[in-house]
Design a protein around this ligand. Structure first.
Ligand code: ATP
Ligand code: MG
Length: 746
C-alpha cells in the first residue's frame, strides 16, 4: 500500500464512522502562549476539550503535521540515531468531543488495524493504565481492560504505569488514562529468542508504539487534584510514518515511500550510499528528517530567526547543515536542493509546500550560505577547545563564544562534543546567555490560579459593531509573574474589546463600575478561543453590570492601518505580481508593518506606484463590505486572499474594499476615506526573498508632513529665507569643498 493510500484509508474509515474530515491545522502556532508548535494531533482542538468552544461535529478525524523539538515533547536527540522518531511527522487521529468513549475508540482502532489494514493480530500488543497509589490514588482502568479482552488474548494486554499510560495536557486541564497499541515486527527467530512482551516500551527499534488512545475523563485543577470531567472525550494519535513502516513490510520508517525519494536525492547530491556506513546513514536520516521540518515551518510562515519559534527552526537547519558538512562532505549549500523532491512528493496532500517551493528553497539556501561561512572556523575553534579541555567538560563560556561568534546553537556544540566523548557546562553557558540579556528571553515564570467562575454564560464578541456595552464578568483568575507582578485576567459574557490577532494589536480601554470606580483594561488577548482582558485590579462588586468602553482613538488609528494594510497587499500583488504573499503583518495604532515574499529589490518607482495605488483607493472612499459567515469555498472562489499557516473554519469573514478581498478577523474603517493618507516610510529586505514595508496613515502622516515642513521652514530661515533651499544648500556645500581644498593646499 502506498503512503497516500494509507492516509486516505484512515480518513475514509473514520468518515464511515460519521467523523468530519478536516485538514491539518498549521504546525507553527501563533496564538498559544503555552506552545510554539503543534506537537500532537489534539493541540488544535484544545479549545473543545477545555469547553471554550463547541465543535460543529463532535466526531472529527484528520492527519495533523506535528513537530517535536522543544518543551514536553522533544525527540530531536533520537532523530537519525533511531529509525522511528522524527522531528516533523504526521499524526493520524480520531476525536470524540463528549460523544463516544472507550468502547468505540478501542473497537474501531482494532477493526481498522486488523480488518482494514489487515495487520496480523499476533504482532500486536496493547497496554492499559495499571492505576497509581500516589496522591491521585487511581485504580486499574478495568473498563478499557474489559473491552480489550473481547478482542485480543489477555497475555497480549500489558499493564502500564503513569509515565506510559496516563496522559496530561499540561500542569492543569483535561487528562486521563490511555491505551497504547504496539507492534512487534522482529523476525521469527528473534521472537522465539526473546518474548515480545518484555520489549514493549523498552526502546526496541522493532517493538514500537504506533497508536495511543487517550481517554480524557478528568480535569487536573491548579491545586493538583483531579475532578471528573462533565463530558468525556477521546483523543487518539496514530503515527503515520510508523504505520507505513508496518504496512510496507520494512523495519525502518526511512525505508518507506515517505522517505525513500529524499534518500535517493541526497545520495545523488552527495554521491554517497545509504545502508553501508552507520555514520553516513545517521547523517542522511538527520538531513532528510530536518529538511521536512524546516520546509513545512517556512510554508507555515515561520522563517528562521534569532528568537522564539524562528530560532528553533534555525537550530534544526544548522544541525542538518553540520551533518552534511562533516559526514557527507557538503561544503556548499545542498539542503535546498531537496525541496523539489519533497514538494513533488508531499505537495498534493499539503499544497502549501508546492505553492511556496521557491520561497522555501531561497530561504534554506540563504541560511545555508550564511552558516557555512562561519561553520568551518567554528569547527576548528571547537576542536581546539576540545584539545585543550582538561577532563571531559567543555567550558560554558567557550560554548557561548561559539554561539555568539559562529552561530553554533548550544545543542549543536553538545552534539559534536558528545561525538567525541565530552559534555558541555550548561550552567555556565546559561549564565553567559543570561548576561547577554537581549537574546535569552527566558519565559518569565508566572503562577496562574484557577478560574473563578461567576456565570456560566458563553462569551460573545461584539466589537465589530460596538465600542461600548453593558457587560458582566463571567470568570476571572489571578496571574502573578516576575515581569508584570499581579494581574487579573477577566472574561465577560460579551465584549467590545478586540483581542490581539491577525497582526492587529489588542484593544485597551476601561470598565466603569456603578459606584464610579474604573478598572483599566491594559490589553486584550485570545487564548484557546477565550477572549481574555488584562487588568491590575478587579471591580469591587463582581456580579454588577459593568460599562465597557474601548479606547476609541487608538482603535480608529489601528483600523486605518489595518485597512491600509489590505490596500497595500493588493497594490503589491498588482504592481509586483501575484507571487507576493503576506509573510507577516503588524498593525498598531501608530504604524503598520508588512512582510511579503518577493525575490528582487523593489525600485523607487515601484514603491511610488504602490503608494499612489493605495492613495487613489483612499481618495475613492471605498466602502467596507463585510460578510461574516461566508462559506470558505465560496470566499476562495470569489478571489479572497487567504494566508498560509492560518487556521480557518468552514465559514469565514470576508473583508472587501473595492477589488481588495481578504479573509480577516480584524477591525476596519467604514470607508477608505477615513484613512486620509498613506505614506511608506521604509522598504528593505528581512531575509532572502522576504521584504518589509513600514508605513503610516492618518494623524501619523499629518504629523510626519508637519515635522518635515517645520524642518524645511527652519532651514529656509537659516538660509536667509531663500525660496530655493536645495540650491542654497548645494552652493554652501560647494563653497565648503572649495575652502577645504584651499586650506589643504596652503
Ligand atoms: P514514543 O514513546 O515512541 O516516543 P510517544 O508516547 O511519545 O511515542 P504519543 O505522544 O502517544 O507518542 O504520540 C502518538 C503516536 O504518534 C505514537 O504512537 C507514534 O506512533 C507517533 N509518534 C510520536 N512521536 C513521534 C515521533 N517523534 N516521530 C514519529 N512518530 C511519532
Ligand atoms: Mg515520545
Amino acid at each position: 500500500m502506498k503512503s497516500q493510500d494509507i492516509r486516505a484509508t484512515f480518513l475514509n474509515f473514520f468518515k464511515s464512522k460519521q467523523h468530519d474530515i478536516v485538514s491539518s491545522a498549521p504546525m507553527v502556532l501563533k496564538n498559544d502562549p503555552t506552545l510554539m508548535f503543534t506537537n500532537s494531533g489534539m493541540a488544535p482542538f484544545k479549545e473543545f476539550f477545555l469547553g471554550n468552544a463547541v465543535p460543529k461535529n463532535n466526531r472529527i478525524s484528520d492527519s495533523q503535521k506535528c513537530l517535536r523539538v522543544s518543551g514536553k515533547h522533544n525527540d530531536l536527540e533520537e532523530v537519525g540515531y533511531d529509525t522511528y522518531h522524527h522531528t516533523m511527522f504526521e499524526m493520524l487521529g480520531n476525536w470524540s468531543f463528549g460523544d463516544y468513549f472507550k468502547k468505540e475508540a478501542i473497537a474501531w482502532a482494532w477493526e481498522l488495524l486488523t480488518e482494514v489494514y489487515k495487520i496480523d493480530k499476533d504482532i500486536l500488543y496493547v497496554t492499559v493504565f495499571e492505576g497509581s497509589d500516589d496522591k491521585d490514588n487511581l485504580s486499574l482502568d478495568t473498563e478499557a481492560y474489559d473491552y480489550w479482552k473481547e478482542l485480543i488474548s489477555e497475555d497480549r494486554i500489558l499493564k502500564g504505569n503513569k509515565k506510559d499510560n496516563f496522559w496530561e495536557m499540561g500542569e492543569q486541564g483535561p487528562c486521563g488514562p490511555c491505551s497504547e497499541i504496539h507492534v512487534d515486527i522482529r523476525s521469527a527467530e528473534e521472537k522465539a529468542a526473546v518474548d515480545g512482551k518484555t520489549l514493549v516500551n523498552m526502546d526496541h527499534p522493532q517493538v514500537v508504539e504506533i497508536w495511543n488512545l487517550v481517554f480524557m475523563q478528568y480535569n487536573r485543577k491548579a491545586n493538583g487534584t483531579l475532578e471528573d470531567l462533565p463530558a468525556k472525550h477521546i483523543d487518539t494519535g496514530l503515527g503515520f510514518e510508523r504505520l507505513c513502516m508496518v504496512l510496507q513490510g520494512v523495519t525502518s520508517n526511512y525505508d518507506t515511500d515517505v522517505f525513500k525519494p529524499l534518500i535517493r536525492e541526497i545520495k545523488t547530491i552527495a554521491a554517497t550510499t545509504y545502508g553501508k556506513d552507520e555514520k553516513t546513514d545517521i547523517a542522511i536520516r538527520v538531513i532528510i528528517d530536518h529538511v521536512r521540518a524546516v520546509a513545512f515551518s517556512i510554508a507555515d510562515g515561520q522563517l528562521p530567526s534569532n528568537t522564539g519559534a524562528g530560532y528553533v527552526i534555525r537550530r534544526i537547519l544548522r544541525r542538518a547543515i553540520r551533518y552534511g558538512f562533516t559526514f557527507l562532505d557538503q561544503k556548499e549549500p545542498f539542503m535546498y536542493r531537496l525541496v523539489d523532491v519533497l514538494s513533488a512528493q508531499m505537495g498534493e496532500a499539503f499544497p502549501e509546500l508546492a505553492s511556496q517551493k521557491q520561497l522555501i528553497e531561497n530561504v534554506i539556501k540563504e541560511e545555508e550560505n550564511s552558516f557555512l561561512r562561519t561553520l568551518d572556523n567554528g569547527l576548528v575553534l571547537l576542536d581546539k577547545v576540545i584539545e585543550t579541555t582538561k577532563g571531559t567538560i567543555i567550558s560554558g563560556s567557550k560554548t557561548f563564544e561559539l554561539y555568539d561568534t559562529y552561530g553554533f546553537p548550544l545543542d549543536l556544540t553538545q552534539l559534536i562534543a558528545r561525538e567525541k566523548g565530552f559534555t558541555v557546562d550548561e550552567n555556565e553557558f546559561s549564565s553567559e546567555m543570561e548576561q547577554q540579556k537581549n537574546r535569552s528571553r527566558a519565559a518569565s515564570a508566572s503562577e496562574t490560579g484557577d478560574w473563578i467562575v461567576l456565570l456560566k454564560d458563553k462569551e460573545e464578541f461584539i466589537g465589530y459593531d460596538h465600542l461600548e456595552a453593558t457587560i458582566q464578568l463571567t470568570r476571572y483568575r489571578k496571574v502573578v509573574s516576575k515581569k508584570d507582578g499581579e494581574r487579573y485576567q477577566l472574561v465577560f459574557n460579551k465584549t467590545p474589546f478586540y483581542p490581539e490577532g491577525g497582526g492587529q494589536v489588542g484593544d485597551k480601554g476601561y470598565l466603569e463600575v456603578p459606584n464610579g470606580d474604573v478598572v483599566y483594561i491594559l490589553d486584550t488577548k485570545k487564548e484557546n478561543n477565550v477572549i481574555i482582558h488584562f487588568s491590575k485590579n478587579l471591580p469591587k462588586h463582581l456580579t454588577e453590570n459593568l460599562k465597557a468602553v474601548v479606547d476609541q482613538k487608538q482603535r480608529h488609528r489601528t483600523e486605518c492601518n489595518h485597512t491600509a494594510t489590505h490596500l497595500l497587499h493588493q497594490a503589491l500583488r498588482e504592481i509586483l505580481g501575484t507571487h507576493v504573499e503576506q509573510k507577516g503583518s503588524a498593525v498598531h495604532s501608530k504604524y503598520l508593518r508588512f512582510d511579503f515574499s518577493h525575490f528582487s529589490k523593489v525600485t523607487a518607482e515601484q514603491l511610488q506606484e504602490v503608494e499612489d495605488f493605495v492613495n487613489r483607493r483612499i481618495a475613492g472612499n471605498l466602502p467596507l463590505e463585510e460578510q461574516r459567515d461566508m462559506a470558505m469555498k465560496q470566499a476562495i472562489d470569489e478571489g479572497a486572499v487567504a494566508l498560509f499557516g492560518e487556521k480557518y473554519g468552514d465559514t469565514v469573514r470576508a473583508i472587501r474594499f473595492g477589488q481588495s478581498m481578504e479573509l480577516c478577523g480584524g477591525t476596519h474603517v467604514k470607508s477608505t476615506g477615513d484613512i486620509w493618507h498613506f505614506k511608506i516610510k521604509y522598504e528593505g529586505a528581512v531575509a532572502s526573498g522576504i521584504r518589509r514595508i513600514e508605513a503610516i496613515t492618518n494623524d501619523a502622516v499629518k504629523d510626519f508632513y508637519h515635522d518635515n515642513n517645520t524642518a524645511v521652514f527652519e532651514i529656509k530661515k537659516l538660509l536667509n529665507n531663500t525660496k530655493e533651499p536645495v540650491k542654497a544648500v548645494q552652493s554652501l556645500q560647494d563653497e565648503n569643498t572649495a575652502l577645504k581644498n584651499t586650506l589643504n593646499s596652503c
